[in-house]
Write a protein that binds this ligand. Structure first.
Ligand code: NAD
Length: 352
């Protein structure tokens, strides 16, 4: 196994692993550990080149630093990627080698699930390293993060409602959700319970029909969902949905959903603001999952009640973001970044 360091400005440590025996070619990027050891998921993807993988891991690890700083998880930002085809290249040897690679970093990087990596893969990784989170509840771990991400979104939507109308109640609010998977589906149900009018859309027709039949949601066809008049448009499918083409269609008063990287480019946050639409920055709103996982790393181990208490703070974090945006006359995206940097700066002078 050959582990080599790659020098990248602005990153604490970036390492590459090549292992002939197992075929592992992977990268770990530790962006910042000011607030604690870095935590971020492990992704497997058939990258066309190492440069492409490096671009991805650098971008994602930096995002984790800001997400964790705002969410006050006591963690830094990191990420890992395995170059390979998840359909054909997975093996026990590969994940064991990945475990050894993570262990060799001495705990500055802690892993979790991400795209194309499941719990069975992480269970193999765990045979070689203790720096793994997000395994099953039966093993003392924090389990599936999605319900906690959904709960955090619901709490964040209360801050959005308050910013819109001076009242945290979601009763009577019209919410359109794009993507009713693990997070969006749970969010839709909770919103309905709070008295919101929920319209759903998903490319998975079976899922839409089932949810609509069970819970009485209105349904809109994918493609038409952006132009439905509503209080809150909630992107809970994929990223990059807010762009030059879709912004003119929007008839919502706020955008608030769990999907990562909702704005195709950062300038789109300014376009949305110019139209008087309030944007709840994705990584502030969708932090419930990472907060839940972070609780697993406390000295006493995972505690669900404590995790939910911490998740409730998403409300206050969003309020702060909106306040900074108003105070400094900047977009809410810039305000979230400012809040993250303030917390990182505070961490540089305070002990960890
Ligand atoms: P999921 O795969 O369970 O659900 C996504 C849903 O979106 C699916 O039902 C899918 O059919 C649908 N979809 C995909 N493309 C669509 C399109 N173009 N139009 C309409 N529907 C579409 O995923 P999830 O775990 O619910 O995550 C949703 C988003 O939230 C992702 O962007 C994810 O990265 C982000 N996120 C998830 C978590 C978590 O804890 N699961 C945490 C943070 C962020």
């Amino acid at each position: 196994m050959e582990i080599t360091e790659i020098q990248v400005d602005g990153y604490e440590k970036v390492v590459r692993c090549r292992d002939q025996k197992s075929g592992l070619h992977a990268l770990i990027a530790v962006h910042d550990t000011t607030l604690g050891p870095s935590l971020g998921g492990m992704r497997m993807w058939p990258y066309a080149s190492e440069d492409e993988a490096l671009f991805d891991v650098l971008r994602l690890s930096k995002g984790m630093t800001y997400k964790s700083a705002v969410a006050e998880t006591g963690l830094g930002g990191g990420k890992s990627v395995i170059l390979g085809d998840p359909k054909t290249d997975k093996s026990e040897e590969l994940f064991r080698a990945m475990g050894k690679f993570i262990e060799s970093q001495g705990g500055i990087y802690i892993t979790a699930e991400d795209m194309n990596i499941g719990i069975p893969d992480l269970e193999i990784v765990q045979t070689e390293t203790k720096y793994v989170t997000g395994l099953s509840r039966s093993k003392g771990s924090s389990g599936n993060p999605s319900p906690y991400t959904a709960e955090g979104c619901l709490i964040g939507l209360r801050a959005v409602a308050e910013e819109l109308d001076g009242d945290t109640s979601l009763a009577g609010k019209k919410v359109v959700i794009q993507g009713v998977g693990a997070v969006g589906g749970a969010l839709a149900i909770m919103l309905k319970e709070e008295g919101a009018h929920v319209t759903i859309c998903d490319i998975n027709e079976e899922r839409v029909n089932q949810l609509a039949a069970e819970h009485g949601f209105d349904v809109v066809a994918d493609g038409d969902h952006m132009s439905v008049e509503c209080d809150i448009y909630s992107p809970c499918a994929r990223g990059a949905g807010i762009n030059d083409e879709t912004i003119p269609q929007l008839k919502c008063r706020a955008i608030a959903g769990c999907a990562n990287n909702q704005m195709l480019e950062s300038r789109h946050a300014a376009d949305v603001r110019a139209r008087g639409i309030l944007y709840a920055p994705d990584y502030v709103l969708n932090a419930g999952g990472i907060i839940n996982v972070s609780v697993e790393l406390r000295p006493g181990g995972y505690d669900e009640a404590y995790a939910r208490e911490r998740i409730a703070r998403i409300y206050h974090n969003l309020k702060k973001v909106f306040e900074i945006s108003r105070r400094d006359d900047i977009t809410t995206s810039e305000a979230a970044l400012r809040l993250a940097r303030e917390r990182l700066d505070a961490g540089k002078v305070a002990p960890k």
